[in-house]
Each structure stands twice: as C-alpha cells, then as structure tokens.
Design a protein around this ligand. Structure first.
Ligand code: 1PR
Length: 552
C-alpha cells in the first residue's frame, strides 16, 4: 500500500485528513518531528493547517520543520498544503504580523471585509473560478468547503505576477473579494479549501494529487447552467445541516432523539425517550443524502460521566471515517472535574473531540457564563473562558455557540436591560415588544441575558459561528422563528445557523429568503423520514437557490 506522510503540528483537522486518505486506500504516517528519518524518504507529503496563521507557522519553525520542508520541495517530491498549509507558503498574514511564512510565494494575506454584509469567517461551499489550466481535476462546476477569515486577496495584476513566477492559480470570489483558492507549480500544490471535508468532490482532488493526474470533466450546457455559481449568496451555496440530538435512553442505548420544546419523552408509552435511530447510521444517511454538515449534540452533558468513556467520542470516531463533510459536536464543552477528581480544562475536552474527527465544537451553557462574565468585566474577556482558549488554539472557525433562547414579551423596551424589538406577532395580551432570553442546561434554567447580548459577547470573545435554536419552535414543524434570526444576525458578523421548527422544504426556503441566515438546520423532519436532505435541496433548486450537488 502506498504510504502518504502528513506533517503533524497538531492541526485541528488532522484526523479528518487521515480518514480521507485512508478511505482512498492509502496508508498514512504522521511526521511529528523534523528529525524523523521518514522525512528523508517520504514520497508524498501533505501539510495540513487550520486555525491561526501565527500558531501554525510558529509551530513549524519552532519544531525545526522550515528547512526540511524547503529541502523536501527542492528535491522535487510532491507536497500538498491545505488551508493554513496554503497560507504558510506566502510571506505572512495580517492575522499574525510578527510571524513569518515560508515565502515560496510573495504576498501577505489579509482579512475579508464585512462592509458588504457578508459573514466572516467564510464558512461554506464555494466554487473555484476557471483558469486556463485547472490542475488536479479542480472543477469549476463542483463546490468545495471553505472555512477561513484570512485569504490571499488578489487583483488581476497580482495574478499575472504569480503566473509570471510560474504559478498556476485558481481563484474564488467571496462577495466582491477575489482570493487564491488553489495554487500549483511543479511539485507543489495547495488549496485554501478543505478537500478532506468537501465530500466526493474533495476526495477526488486528494486522489488526483496522490496519483499526479489532472483529469477534466465535461458537462452539457444544461448541467452547466444548473451547477454554475450565480454569486447571489456571496458565492456560497445554501448550506443545509442535519442535527442529531444524542442521549442514552432508559435501556442504556445511545440513541438519536428529538424533543418538542426540548421535551424528548414520548407522551404515551410510559414516557420513554424517543428513539429515532443510531447516531452513526443517521450521520452516514444524511451525508449520503447530501447534507453539507452534520451536528451531534450530547443533550445530557450536564450529567457527569467518566470523560474517557464519553460515548460521543466513539460516535465521532466512527462517523468521521466515512462522512467527509464538517462535523460539529456539542454538549459538555466546559472545564470538567472527571469522576476520579482530575480537573480537565475545556481546551483539553475539545482537543479530545478534534482528535476524534470533529471539526468544530459547540458551546451552550458555558457560553452563557462566559458572556455574563464578559459584561460584568466591562465588555472584556479575561482569556480563561473555553471560547477564548479553544479559539486561540484551534481558530475561531472551530468554536460554535449553541443558543437555547425563549421569547419573552414585555410592555415596552424599558422593562429589560436586554435588546428588545417590536414584533409582528403580539401575544394574547397584546404585548408587541419582545426579547429572547438565554437558557442553560438544555432549557432547564433561564438567565437574565438576551440572545442578542450573548451573540455579541461570544463574537468578541472569539467564537466563529452561532447555532441559533429556539425553544418555542423546537419540534413544532411550523417553520423557523424568522424574527429571531435577523435579531441575532444584527448582533454579529459571524455566520448564524437557523435552527428549530423546520417541518418541510419550504421552511428552508423561507429561512434563506426572508432572513439573512447563513445556514439552515433540520432535525425531526429528517429523522422521522418525512423528507430527505436531497428533497430539501431539490426544492431550493426549483426556487432558484443554489445548493451543493455532490455526485461521482
Ligand atoms: O450546554 O454546552 O452542555 O450543550 C448542550 C447542548 O445540547 C446544547 O447545544 C443544547 O442546545 C442541546 N440540548 C440540550 N437539551 C436539549 C433537548 O432537546 N432537550 N437539544 C438539547 C437542543 C435543539 C436543536 C434541534 C433543533 C431542530 N436541540 O439541536 O435539533 O431545535 O429541531 P427540529 O428541526 O426538529 O425542530 P452544553
């Protein structure tokens, strides 16, 4: 079996990459040290990076990798960089001005601009813009998964210069900014997107690189018009997420369940926990149906269990072997005291999940505590919250905030310190001012903190995305709370995922058209088999919205 070597400086997505390469039929070996003799004999190397530029390149330098990587490249053997592994080939990044890149290519990365209304980080599926010579089968009619705030943003002159330096460049447009999404020169290839998380289209790119081939796919005009990007959503397809609420039932089996306003027990059958299937099987099913992401929430995380036996770790390990889209895991991401009394910081808990194949962790209860502290501290963090520690080590894009809000009506905006708005849906008493109150521990306790204030604080602390549930709407099949989505969107420039209430495909359409939601999530309607992800995507396509279609 051919061996592929992967440079390991503890990047978040390492497990996902190994899984992808193994799935393609190659053996993987990690190179953790610059003195590893396999660095001299390796025939193909992948340099994956995710998160903070400075953290990554400083790690490469301090571990002595800089010169050996340069020597490896000079020897003519193939190297593929991924995400920050591409960025590291440039001189530097405004993200970390004091850190130096490997300087194979001239240029400094800059941050995406939010002034045109697009969310930053860019999280989602975008196209690579056709250039004369597309390499390694990069396909302008397919979609690849991007997750980054910084990029090599270029104009025509800069691209011409890169071409003169011998680089083949593929470009991507995010809103009105164009950036380098892939480069190729001789034995060096790198992508800004994550091929290991880009479904079949991404696996194909890795396989083409490992085989050293540059195939071109032909499309009919009809296929082209269906698949080509229309840039109506800043370049991204409409992102559909399947969510699995996971817990142990009364018989001790780990099951996917689903609540009505967070109550997961059947109304009949002596109140058993609803059992809608097995977590790994359902994750696989939704991936096969075209889900753009899968989220697992451990909904009984407030109960203590030995950390090493956390059942979600095994779920993730298994799912990540064959599901090649981003996986988020939530529930229990906090500082914990293990059953033997050992204190384990949230950063380590998150690390266990990343090493098991998660790409993002979602934080619920602890995010509320962190936000409360943020306001008590004069709108400042103190560097100790899980949001801050995990974001610093793994990057903002790896930290999702799961919000469990409930609508609260008031007579006027002076009745609460939290941000209110006038709703088009007054309550039975005729009150038409409202706000959304945050809850913790899966809705068991309400706090004096609004969802707007929570989102604002968490973005400032370093979160990269908001998973916006709604207890009033959960399991109702009546559509999303559209007012809630735009209310929270107005607090942040990071992406917001609409959740709770989707009961049919038109609810997704409504979520995308009537609000500024960056992604829409569904749970019950998929688990009960009422609709497939494919059916949602077909509906969106027939309504003129672009979605990712991932075929061989
Ligand atoms: O507080 O950091 O330990 O995280 C606990 C996590 O578990 C939070 O993300 C919280 O939202 C989740 N959670 C806790 N209890 C429940 C419950 O249902 N009893 N589930 C729960 C939250 C909401 C969504 C659901 C959507 C879509 N589930 O994830 O999937 O509402 O449902 P629908 O499309 O069927 O309407 P921590």
């Amino acid at each position: 079996m051919t061996v592929v070597h992967i440079i390991d400086v503890e990047s978040g997505n390492l497990q996902s990459l190994q899984n992808a390469v193994n799935y393609l039929g190659y053996e993987t070996r990690l190179i953790k040290s610059a003195t590893d003799p396999e660095l001299q004999t390796a025939e193909q190397i992948i340099l994956p990076g995710v998160g903070n530029f400075g953290h990554f390149v400083d790690n490469l330098t301090s571990r002595g990798f800089e010169q050996p990587i340069k020597d490896y490249i000079a020897s003519g053997r193939p190297l593929m960089g991924i995400c920050v592994g591409l960025q590291a080939l440039f001189n530097g990044s405004v993200e970390s001005p004091s850190s130096k890149g490997l300087s194979f290519i001239n240029g400094t990365l800059s941050k995406f601009d939010t002034s045109e209304g697009k969310s930053v980080p860019e999280i989602g599926w975008n196209t690579v813009i056709p250039e004369a010579d597309l390499f390694f089968g990069l396909d302008p009619y397919k979609r690849y998964y991007f997750v980054h705030s910084f990029a090599m943003i270029v104009d025509e002159n800069r691209v011409n210069e890169m071409n003169k330096e011998g680089w083949n460049v593929a470009l991507t447009k995010y809103g009105n900014e164009t950036f380098v999404s892939a480069i190729h020169r001789d034995n060096v290839f790198a992508t800004q997107f994550h091929p290991e998380k880009s479904g079949k289209a991404g696996l194909q790119i890795i396989d083409n690189f490992l085989k050293g081939i540059h195939p071109v796919t032909e499309y009919s005009n009809e296929q082209k018009s269906l698949l080509e990007n229309d840039y109506t959503n800043f370049g991204l397809t409409r992102r559909i997420i399947a969510c699995l609420d996971v817990r142990t039932n009364d018989q001790g089996d780990l099951v996917v369940t689903k609540g009505d306003q967070y109550d997961v027990r059947e109304k009949s059958d002596e109140g058993d926990v609803r059992n809608l299937g097995k977590p790994v099987e359902l994750a696989q099913r939704y991936y096969d149906q075209g889900a753009d992401e899968v989220t697992f929430l451990n909904i009984t995380s407030f109960r203590n269990c030995p950390l090493k036996d956390t059942p979600m770790l095994d779920v993730l390990k298994l799912a990540a072997k064959t599901v090649f889209v981003p996986l988020t895991v939530g529930g229990g991401i906090k500082d914990v005291v293990d059953v033997d009394g050992t204190k384990v910081p949230a950063l380590e808990v998150a690390g266990m999940y990343f090493r098991s194949g998660a790409d993002k962790v979602s934080i619920g209860t602890d995010a509320v505590f962190a936000a409360e502290k943020f306001y008590a501290n004069g709108e400042k963090g103190d560097g100790t919250s899980p949001i801050e520690t995990i974001s610093k080590a793994y990057g903002a894009q790896a930290v999702v905030i799961s919000v469990d809000p409930k609508r609260v009506y008031v007579n006027n905006e002076n009745e609460t310190k939290n941000k209110c708005f006038q709703t088009s849906r007054p309550n039975a008493e005729g009150q038409n001012w409202c706000w959304y109150q945050c809850t913790i521990m899966g809705g068991r306790e309400s706090r004096d903190l609004g969802a707007w204030e929570l989102a604002h604080a968490c973005e400032a602390l370093g979160a990269g995305e908001i998973l916006l549930n709604c207890i009033d709407k959960d399991g109702s099949n009546s559509g999303y709370d559209l007012e809630l989505i735009d209310y929270v969107k107005s607090a942040v420039s990071i992406p917001v995922i609409a959740s709770s209430g989707a009961g049919n495909p038109s609810h997704f359409e409504e979520g995308f058209i009537k609000t500024r939601a960056d992604a829409c999530l569904g749970a019950g309607m998929f688990h009960r088999g009422e609709y497939t992800v494919n059916e949602v995507k077909s509906h969106l396509t027939s309504s003129g919205l672009k979605v990712r279609i991932d075929k061989e």
